[in-house]
Design a protein. Structure first.
Length: 216
């Protein structure tokens, strides 16, 4: 599964290509707030764990294991809902923003120090920063916080450059697609939050789903 092949002029592997397809499906289903997206997230994370390990992106490789655990938790959160109803899309409070940014900063310091000391990665600081940001994005997604999309936009833009540097060109294209999908996700979830907060919140999910299908 790691034999090199050329696709549209880019060198890749069957495993990276599989991860590409599964990851796009994950984000599209997440925009639509379809809980099956978590299953695709689990499989794509396992696939990319191998790809990143081979590329010596150990922070990203280890992150995939955390993603799998977080995806199981997120799937349960979405299915459980809140108060017997589907989990609504909401925004972070000011305190939530503060804790989120502080957690990202602390995660960056800890992860980059660990990667620099205990691995042979040549990009410990960028790997640590993006790994910490991805963890935050995953947690916010699991709680259906709109700010997950802001986080993913920042992370995905930086990942494009990192993967080009590491020679993972197909994955770089994937993350460029992710940037576009994250912008669409932000629009769709913002509309869903307004609908869920309205007097007829019970019908908000249906309207937001239709919106999500329209922007796809």
């Amino acid at each position: 599964m790691n034999d090199t092949l050329v696709l549209a002029g880019f060198s890749t592997t069957p495993l990276e290509l599989l991860g590409f397809v599964l990851s796009v499906a994950t984000v599209v289903l997440t925009i639509l707030r379809n809980h099956w997206g978590w299953l695709f997230a689990i499989v794509s994370s396992a696939t990319y764990g191998i790809v990143f390990f081979d590329a010596r992106l150990y922070g990203d490789a280890g992150l995939q294991g955390v993603f799998i655990a977080a995806s199981i938790w997120g799937w349960w959160q979405w299915l459980r809902g809140a108060g017997g109803k589907p989990l609504p899309v909401t925004r972070l409070s000011r305190a939530g923003w503060t804790w989120s940014l502080a957690g990202w900063a602390l995660g960056f310091v800890a992860l980059s120090a660990f990667l620099k000391a205990f691995t042979d990665t040549d990009v410990p600081h960028m790997d640590g920063f993006l790994t910490a940001g991805s963890l935050l994005g995953q947690l916010l997604t699991a709680r259906k916080k709109i700010e997950n999309w802001h986080t993913w936009i920042v992370v995905d833009v930086l990942y494009v450059g990192l993967y080009i540097y590491k020679g993972l060109h197909l994955t770089a294209i994937l993350y460029a697609v992710f940037v576009v999908l994250a912008v669409l996700g932000l629009r769709a979830w913002s509309a869903a939050a307004r609908a869920d907060a309205g007097p007829d919140a019970g019908h908000g999910s249906d309207r937001s789903l239709a919106l999500g299908e329209g922007v796809r």
